[in-house]
Design a protein around this ligand. Structure first.
Ligand code: FES
Length: 318
């Protein structure tokens, strides 16, 4: 856990604030790579993950940007309404579940709305590497889009393509054309944004024949799941043989946590991958958005925070 001060809070666009965080004791912050996020302990038991959007060469600060989402579970509203300059916050060290692929010769970055945040850090890093990349930023309107001016003046501005959904047809994102033009073996695709945007890009990529190992994604929030037909099942731990009953209305994580079985977790809604655990027996009802369809089909890993079972019992590698 790190103690930081909020040294700047800036309104970037309608409903979007950036926060600059510096170590409370003035020391350099732990290094990170583009795509990393931090957990922020906002208070009142709320912990939320936010992508770092500044240049990873900077060690004196982390910058995050937060969209106030009234439909969220309270984290973004608390960040906007209760966190102010000068305040101390506890944060985790950066963790990266959305890294740039070392093997890629070319990178296509697609950011939708607030999904631009990890892409900013990626663009900085790729620019430093002299890499071949394009950053496509789609937004509903310029009033609701953060960092437009910044991107126009950035040292990597020539790699940036802005797509205003409320603007002229000529500049709108043409994902089928962009993705059809790049199904080679050296380009990697990165997508972050609201679920509708992500699904559109991911579906388009799949139709264009992109293999999953060259498509990288980061969801902000889980898609809604119909839990009305959920039923109980059992989970057995391979290390002890102990069996736990998972009621229809509780998650594996909740039951095991209550029993003192520590599983590292972060988002608790299937998007971050922190809780991924080996699945040794049984058939998982995989509900996370972290793993790909092929990984779900492999059925050898499991997210206890949200996934359930299609067989009466699962044996977990715990
Ligand atoms: Fe994030 Fe389970 S805690 S996927």
């Amino acid at each position: 856990m790190l103690e930081v001060n909020v040294t700047r809070k800036v309104v970037e666009a309608e409903g979007i604030c950036s926060f600059e965080l510096c170590a409370a004791d003035g020391s350099p912050l732990p290094p990170f790579n583009a795509g990393a996020h931090i957990d922020i302990h906002i208070g009142g038991g709320l912990t939320r993950q936010y992508s770092l959007c500044n240049d990873s060469k900077e060690r004196h600060r982390y910058v995050i940007s937060v969209l106030k989402d009234p439909a969220s579970r309270g984290g973004s509203t608390a960040m906007h309404d209760t966190v102010s300059e000068g305040q101390k916050l506890s944060i985790s060290e950066p963790r990266n579940l959305f890294p740039l692929a070392d093997s890629a010769k070319r990178h296509l970055l697609f950011g939708g709305g607030i999904g631009i945040t990890p892409m900013l850090a990626m663009a900085h890093e790729l620019h430093h590497q002299g890499a071949d990349f394009e950053l496509h930023y789609s937004f509903r309107s310029s009033e609701r889009a953060a960092f437009i001016q910044y991107l126009r003046q950035a040292p990597f501005a020539s790699h940036v393509h802005l797509h205003d959904d409320s603007g002229s047809p000529a500049q709108k994102l043409d994902a089928p054309a962009l993705l059809a033009a790049a199904p080679d073996n050296v380009t990697h695709l990165y997508v972050c944004g609201p679920a509708g945007f992500m699904n559109f890009i991911l579906d388009t990529a799949q139709i264009a024949g992109w293999p999953e190992d060259r498509v990288h994604r980061e969801f902000f929030a889980a898609a809604a799941v119909d839990a009305s037909a959920d039923s109980p099942f059992e989970v057995q731990l391979a290390s002890t043989g102990r069996i736990y009953y998972i009621p229809a209305d509780r998650t594996v994580f909740e039951v095991l946590d209550e029993a003192g079985i520590a599983i590292e977790s972060s988002c608790e809604q299937g998007v971050c991958g922190t809780c991924v655990t080996g699945l040794l027996e049984g058939i998982g009802d995989h509900r996370d958005q972290f793993m790909t369809a092929a990984e779900h089909a492999a059925n050898d890993r499991f997210t206890p925070c949200c996934s359930r079972a299609k067989s009466p019992r699962l044996v977990l590698d715990l």
